[in-house]
Design a protein around this ligand. Structure first.
Ligand SMILES: Cc1cc2nc3c(=O)[nH]c(=O)nc-3n(C[C@H](O)[C@H](O)[C@H](O)COP(=O)(O)O)c2cc1C
Length: 185
């Protein structure tokens, strides 16, 4: 047997013994509970830890009232540079290899607090899986904007859960998001 072949086999064996399951954190922002409930189910399906992204000033039902163009959400959507303050950041983010970031789509983009979260936390070197919930919008526009704003991050486009899904469609979203976790560190 060739020496190079034996060395290659040894390298594969060593690599398979040292490969570790990635440590996964699901972070999410949710104004009315849909993204929260999806994130909780994804955490159950993956065994990942959960962290809720909250505003220092909490988002109320009035803040996301679609019937009021003066509502806080509309002001934030109109100013992409606005950075709502976070209540807090995850304390042990450095321990995680994979970080999901989930949010409701607002005006075909992520809510600005997601940009605050990305900018206030060191996500470099981690796999960052983006997902969303929405009325009908796809994730692609929101994802592409995040990718353009933060080109140094290892971003993965997950998927969106659209309004009133069948149980099968909801499960398909959870399955797809689960599969986005890389097999090993
Ligand atoms: C201010 C605001 C803007 C929204 N913009 C969109 C949109 O552009 N496209 C869409 O499909 N849904 C839109 N929606 C619907 C939400 O994305 C959807 O209801 C989401 O699941 C809510 O998630 P949450 O309960 O976690 O906050 C919007 C909702 C709000 C409150």
């Amino acid at each position: 047997m060739k020496k190079s072949f034996i060395l290659a086999m040894m390298a594969i064996i060593v690599a398979s013994c040292t490969a570790k399951e990635p440590k996964v954190l699901i972070t999410y922002f949710s104004a009315s509970g849909t993204t929260k409930s999806l994130s909780q189910d994804l955490a159950k399906a993956t065994g990942a830890d959960l962290f809720e992204i909250e505003g220092a000033q909490p988002y109320t039902a009035d803040d996301v009232n679609l019937g009021n163009r003066e509502a806080r959400a509309f002001k934030e959507m109109a100013d992409k540079a606005m950075r709502p303050e976070l209540k807090e950041s995850p304390k042990n983010l450095k321990d995680y290899d994979v970080v999901y970031i989930g949010f409701p789509i607002w005006g075909n983009y992520a809510p600005n607090i997601i940009y605050t979260f990305i900018e206030k936390n060191d996500l470099k070197g981690k796999t960052v899986i983006i997902f969303s919930t929405s009325g009908s919008s796809d994730l692609t526009n929101s994802f592409n904007y995040i990718k353009q704003q933060y080109p140094d991050l290892n971003l993965v486009e997950g998927t969106t859960l659209k309004r009133n899904p069948t149980p099968e469609a909801r499960q398909a979203v959870i399955d797809k998001l689960k599969q986005a976790i890389p097999a090993e560190k």
